[in-house]
Design a protein around this ligand. Structure first.
Ligand SMILES: Cc1cc2nc3c(=O)[nH]c(=O)nc-3n(C[C@H](O)[C@H](O)[C@H](O)COP(=O)(O)OP(=O)(O)OC[C@H]3O[C@@H](n4cnc5c(N)ncnc54)[C@H](O)[C@@H]3O)c2cc1C
Length: 310
């Protein structure tokens, strides 16, 4: 992509907003990745339309990035345009909270509790943005964000801004139809409940403490690497990928500076200078161990961002 040429076509205001050559390791929680050619923060539908046509007119690919907490970025970087929902606006109409997709998801939980609205505390401590949580149907402890969504403003891959309901997402386990489709979620409306805020705050504190015990909260990681597998029989729970990996011996696996987190076999941590190829090699080894021991095929939950694999 000819970035200087593209920059010249932008208004002065947009030029001040976009960022060329941003290292993806700074935009992802795993702390890995070469440079992104151009990062465009999107605060409103007009900017969304403008940056989208910029990509179309220059025939460059687009990747939608949130907080980068479920992403492995390539060492070689990304030569397309990265769109990031940047609005953090929040307002409440009755029990429905309307929130910009760029707000950190955990800030949303804290702020809605301050407003006397409960419901999201189960998800306390999940990193990333509201947009990323909604398109990935983030969840834990038996609940998912999709249970709360009433509407969303989105930019479609062909450049239209639309308001849609939950049916447009097709919420299912850690996935929606919009997660990898090139749609950009700009704003969402979530229906919460005026409930017992003290109990919800206590629940929130317990969830955060539990995460601190089980997850690499102070180390670079991207959360669970693989999806849990469907139940073995109808009516049973999903089979935890972490348990299968642990039984397959993955807790001791390491490739370069990429290591399986010693307290959670489904999480990969960056010990400092891991490359995207280290991580891909480690993930392939983990997958192979489960295939060999159980004859089961794990599927990645973490999404790859880059021009080519490695
Ligand atoms: C320590 C740790 C613990 C975690 N625990 C959990 C957990 O308990 N439960 C859970 O579900 N996840 C968990 N995760 C994974 C991750 O935090 C969630 O998936 C999170 O919701 C991703 O949001 P994000 O903004 O970082 O999205 P990103 O990682 O930036 O992107 C993920 C996907 O969402 C898309 N996307 C992001 N923003 C938008 C948008 N505005 N519009 C359209 N598409 C968008 C991207 O294109 C990509 O496909 C954990 C991660 C870490 C590091």
């Amino acid at each position: 992509m000819n970035v200087p040429q593209i920059l010249r076509t932008l208004s002065t205001a947009d030029q001040a907003l976009v960022r060329p050559g941003v290292p993806l390791r700074e935009l992802t929680t795993l702390g890995i990745g070469g440079k992104a050619a151009l990062v465009c923060p999107v605060r409103n539908p007009e900017q969304a339309r403008r940056f989208h046509s910029l990509a179309r007119e220059n025939d460059v690919p687009v990747f939608v990035l949130g907080g980068g907490s479920n992403i492995l970025a390539a060492d070689r970087g990304y030569s397309g345009i990265i769109l990031c929902a940047a609005s953090r606006r929040l307002d409440c109409r009755g029990e429905v909270v309307h929130v910009g997709a760029g707000l950190p998801f955990d800030d949303l939980i804290a702020r809605t509790l301050d407003l006397g609205l409960t419901g999201l505390e189960f998800a306390s401590g999940i990193p990333g943005t509201v947009g990323g949580a909604v398109v990935g149907n983030a969840g834990c402890y038996g609940h998912e964000i999709g249970e709360f969504l009433v509407e969303a403003t989105i930019l479609t891959p062909d450049g239209r801004v639309e308001t849609v309901g939950p049916e447009a997402f097709g919420f299912r386990y850690r996935a929606t139809d919009l997660r990898e489709s090139g749609h950009l979620v700009l704003e969402v409306g979530l229906r919460l409940t005026r409930g017992d805020v003290a109990a919800a705050a206590a629940d929130r504190a317990e969830r955060i403490a539990d995460r601190r015990r089980k997850h690499p909260v102070d180390l670079p990681s991207a959360g669970s690497w693989f999806r849990n597998l469907p139940p073995a029989r109808p009516g049973e729970r999903r089979r935890a990928a972490g348990k299968l990996l642990e039984e397959a011996g993955a807790l001791s696996f390491r490739e370069g500076d990429a290591q399986v987190f010693p307290r959670h076999a489904n999480m990969i941590i960056n010990r400092g200078r891991a490359s995207s190829s280290d991580v891909l090699a480690l993930a392939a080894r983990m997958k192979q161990a489960v295939r060999q021991k159980f004859g089961l095929a794990l599927q990645e939950e973490v999404r790859y961002l880059g021009d080519a694999t490695a």
